[in-house]
Design a protein around this ligand. Sequence first.
Ligand SMILES: [Zn+2]
Length: 158
Amino acid sequence: MVKERQVPRLNAVQEQRQVVRLGQAVPYLAAAYRQALGRWVGDPVLRLAGLPFVTECYRSPERQEELYAQGRTKPGPIVTYKRGGQSNHNLSPTPALDVAFLLADGSVSWSGLLLSKFARLMKAADARVVWGGDWVTFKDRPHFEVLTREQKGGDGRG
Ligand SMILES: [Zn+2]
């Protein structure tokens, strides 16, 4: 059983990983994330629902190739349409980051509801933020990015 009204928290190691990952992001994306996170934990309801954290920011082209293989030559669902080097995650600094939620029981959630609520805060923090959940042909709800050039209307950049 989850303890009553327990607020999920990252441990020191996890906190340090967040610092490293956000350091890989273009500064205005990291700033938007920090602002959205601040609003989230400042909300008495949202802070109990789960704690947002960055699961991935920069991604090496090698790891991108591994993800591309998933659902094609390896088992699992398709999670990306981008090969190594093609994803915005492969840029450094990167204009892309992926978010999940730590729950009070220590598990990790990719709840579409929580992600859509967090997306609202991200877009409010910086109008340049694009949420992968808004893409039409390939919804990538954990994915957020900022436009570094004119790239409106595309899909599956994650
Ligand atoms: Zn992504």
